[in-house]
Design a protein around this ligand. Structure first.
Ligand code: UT7
Length: 324
């Protein structure tokens, strides 16, 4: 038995930060950002709005689309690297806010691959008899962004996406997932301070060690190769051809990465789902945010073959193939 995606949902905060706004904050230009990343604007939370708040909205929309009641959820997996606080898990906060009283709940930490990792775990539980799993990916990247660092602050945005998984039928739903990690290069993308190695302190704050740092150019090259590899793995495992893919939804990190990967895979431009121009890189949330938009705009339709591919800090990379 395969897991079926019964419903999708997403949410972005109302506040828009445009490239013109960033021009007033750091030494950058709209032209540079658009040419180098494809991003035109991103959404940011209001003060006081946290990861659980975005996740709650996305989760409620996914439950409503799936016609599943919160009390019927068995497990909540929340993918994030920007949870409300280190303890307890944000998934537990969400469990209470949703009224999902029967659900077990935990966070999944796999950076930008978090959604595909969580989807894979959820799929394994459904395959072994669980009825309903809620997978949420919610990020407040603005909380770990150094707003004086032009190398990173133009890239990220806040948002959330969610799916409800239930029992499906053979030949449809989640056909396969592939997960990878290589911890040899943790400093490619990392937040060095604020954890147990460099606990929160004035020093950590003064040296901006609690903000995201990225070796963008090196990461770029690995991201292209890794997502290409994960995409090939997905089609090979299911004995389908790359040309059979109807919609490709990659992690929305950089327009040039998305186009390079699609080109290497031989996928036509119109099969590629892009929404990073509006939302920037929302880490784990980017794939379910794009998936929900693709479902609502009917870019993804019943019976179609949908390929998801992600890459992120860790390093991690992953793919999933879904018969919609
Ligand atoms: O989500 C997880 C995975 N993340 C990724 O995969 C991100 C991968 N990396 C990227 O998307 C790109 O590498 C970036 C968008 C981060 C950077 O683009 P790039 O084409 O790799 O630029 P670069 O880092 O090689 O920098 C080129 C130049 C540098 O100036 P010099 O040294 O050539 O004078 C930078 O200082 O661009 C400069 N630069 C900027 N200029 C204007 C860097 N950031 C900016 C900026 N505005 N915001």
């Amino acid at each position: 038995m395969n897991s079926a995606i019964l419903g999708t949902g997403s949410y972005v905060p109302n506040r828009v930060l445009t490239n013109a706004d960033l021009e007033r904050m750091v030494d950058t230009s709209d032209t540079w950002i658009v040419e180098r990343t494809g991003i035109r604007e991103r959404r940011l939370v209001e003060p006081g709005q946290a990861c659980s708040d975005l996740g709650l909205e996305a989760a409620q929309r996914a439950l409503s689309a799936a016609k599943v009641k919160a009390c019927d959820i068995d497990l909540i997996l929340l993918a994030t690297c920007t949870g409300d606080a280190p303890l307890p898990s944000t998934a537990c906060l969400l469990q209470h806010q949703l009224g999902a009283t029967r659900a077990a709940a935990c966070d999944i930490s796999a950076a930008c691959c978090g959604f595909v990792y969580a989807l894979s775990i959820a799929d394994a539980y459904i395959k072994t008899g669980m009825r309903h799993v809620l997978v949420v990916a919610s990020e407040v990247m603005s909380a770990i962004t150094d707003w004086t660092d032009r190398n990173t602050c133009v890239l990220f945005g806040d948002g959330a996406g969610a799916v409800v998984l239930g029992q499906g039928s053979e030949g449809s739903g989640i056909l396969s997932t592939h997960l990878h990690a290589n911890g040899r290069l943790p400093e490619m993308i990392h937040v060095p301070g604020g954890g147990s190695k460099e606990p929160a302190s004035k020093d950590v704050l003064d040296n901006k060690r609690c903000f995201i740092k990225m070796k963008g150019n090196e990461t770029f090259k690995i991201a292209v190769k890794s997502m290409e590899e994960a995409a090939h793995e997905a089609v090979n495992a299911n004995s389908v051809a790359m040309t059979d893919i109807d919609v490709f939804i990659p992690h929305q990190a950089n327009m040039r990465i998305l186009k390079a990967v699609s080109q290497r895979l031989g996928l036509a431009q119109e099969k590629l789902m892009i929404n990073l121009d509006k939302f920037g890189n929302t880490s784990a949330a980017s794939i379910p945010l794009a998936l929900d938009e693709a479902v609502h705009s009917q870019k993804v339709q019943r019976g179609q073959l949908v390929l998801l591919a992600a890459f992120g800090a860790g390093l991690t990379w992953a793919s999933a193939l879904v018969r919609w």
